[in-house]
Design a protein around this ligand. Structure first.
Ligand code: 5GP
Ligand code: MN
Length: 336
């Protein structure tokens, strides 16, 4: 393990740095990565953000976006950058399986690996860890890392602040989740002071839907929502054909699970979608209910207690049946 003094010393000189984040990056993944990127380039580092896959269009406004390399579209360049790196920052994930095939390259690289993350149960692949499961977003940790550990808060300029603001805003569900503490609000206020335009960022991220996405959402709510009152559970199931019919693209399914959770009394919500190579589950829960336990135990996944994900190679119908068959085990927790 590397200590903070050695890391600070390393970062005092320009280094070859790769920043990466989990596949299908969300607002926190891109916000924390580009926030750190916009900080590091001010110090003369040769930094590159490499994402394992593409990401939604409503995140493409972030400063530095045009410099992002998408691994699946730039295999050789990505491999070279990872092999040549002195340092690799791993943001918003804590197991190499979360970055798909890039995980092999990162694992093999001799670069020092710095993990900044807020997910449970980190795997042991890093050399330095800045990790706190109580943080509402990795972007919050990037802010604290720059200010408290690197003592460089003065370099939080408008670009850094805008990205970090977006990360915190999206992962805290617009500052509504229980982990949106007073400290988070103080950090957010500091980001606004540094130039983040809260109204504009909110518009760019949340009020930027295509007509198709809205119609797809309407179809999910009117035709695909199933409410299991005996278990205070709601699920939305979407097939490959539905995705094709509505020309659904990356990001269009983001957040739909929250509508199921917004029904009064519902403690567990699931969005189950048939992708080309697997069935993906997104689970959300209220209070003490451990959505991540279901994902870990039954669906090769994990995440946070109230927001977790997993996958299966079984058919959509089998996955839905399996999900329903698990509920009796959790009935006590669901109906209390
Ligand atoms: P989402 O439902 O938005 O895809 O993911 C919700 C949360 O669960 C995120 O914090 C994400 O990092 C985590 N998560 C989603 N899918 C997986 C998975 O397959 N494995 C693990 N370990 N975590 C996941
Ligand atoms: Mn996050």
């Amino acid at each position: 393990m590397l200590d903070i003094a050695t890391l600070v010393e390393l970062l005092a000189k320009p280094q070859k740095i790769v920043i990466t984040t989990h596949h299908k990056p969300d607002g926190d993944a891109m916000g924390s990565s580009l926030g750190l990127y916009n900080y590091l380039i001010q110090l003369g580092h040769h930094a590159k953000v490499i994402t394992p896959t593409d990401y939604p269009d409503n995140l493409s406004w972030m400063p530095g976006n045009s410099e992002v390399i998408i691994y699946t579209e730039n295999l050789e360049q990505s491999a070279q950058l990872i092999a040549d790196a002195d340092l690799i920052f791993c943001l918003d994930f804590n197991a190499l399986s979360r970055i798909n095939n890039m995980g092999i390259l990162v694992g093999e690289s001799t670069a020092l690996k710095v993990m900044i993350d807020h997910h449970l149960e980190p795997a042991d692949f890093d050399d330095f860890r800045y990790w706190d499961i109580n943080a509402c977003a990795t972007a919050q940790l990037v802010y604290k890392f720059i200010v408290d550990e690197l003592h460089n808060g003065k370099l939080i300029n408008k670009d850094v602040a805008s990205c970090l603001y977006a990360g915190i805003m999206t992962d805290s569900a617009s500052f509504s989740l229980p982990n949106t503490t007073a400290e988070v609000h103080r950090i957010v206020a500091a980001l606004i002071d540094a130039g983040a335009q809260s109204y504009q960022i909110h518009q760019l991220v949340f009020n930027n839907s295509t007509e198709g996405r809205l119609r797809f959402l309407g179809m999910c709510l009117s035709e695909k929502l199933e409410v299991l009152n005996d278990y205070n559970t709601a699920l939305i199931t979407v097939s490959k054909q539905d995705l094709e019919k509505y020309n659904v693209i990356t990001g269009d399914t983001e957040g739909i699970v929250n509508y199921a959770l917004s029904i009064t009394g519902i403690r567990l919500a699931a969005f189950i979608v048939e992708r080309t190579d697997m069935v993906k589950l997104s689970l959300r829960s209220r209070g003490e209910f451990p959505a991540n336990e279901i994902c870990k135990k039954y669906f090769n996944g994990g995440g946070h207690r109230n927001a977790a994900g997993g996958m299966s190679t079984s058919s959509l119908e089998e996955v839905v049946n399996q999900f329903k068959s698990i509920l009796p085990e959790y009935k006590k927790l669901l109906i209390q």
